[in-house]
Design a protein around this ligand. Sequence first.
Ligand code: NI
Length: 191
Amino acid sequence: MIGLRARAQTTGCCDHCTKIIVMAVLPLVLYPDPRLKQSCSQVSSFDKHLVRLLESMAETMYASNGIGLAAPQIGVQERITVVDVSPEGTALIELINPVITASHGTTPSEEGCLSIPGFRETIERATHVSVSYQDRTGNQQTLHAEGLMAICLQHEIDHINGTLFVDHLSRLKRELFKKWFAKQQNAPSRM
Ligand code: NI
């Protein structure tokens, strides 16, 4: 999910810096890549490869000015997402095998997605969600969220189920999205 954060570059001089150097900003999988439509696999290994993946996902999210990123957006079909809705980019949460266990309320939510750059539209989301997930060590955690955090969690958990925010559009808005996308395809490269 796209946010509006201007993030200062991480600097420092501790053992963490070594990690920052090896972390990679990965290329994003873009709509209409079929990998974005697949339901992802459960994670069962909580090892150093998972840690490396989580760190690369966070780095990719921050580099893209995102407030959330799901593994299929970097071509990994596993149930993993990272989110950070704080304005400063200092409240990273890593969620492995997340499941929404309860939700209530509805609110309009204007969203964008790093995999559909340039498109924003309003859909409906729950105002409150409870999410159970595992952290990077495999420990079970529970999170109760509202506001932007609740919306971001719904957006990212949708991703690992192969659902994009545009899949929630009304038929009319979906047609407008398709027209918008066709226009992007025909336009000269914006890269
Ligand atoms: Ni997204």
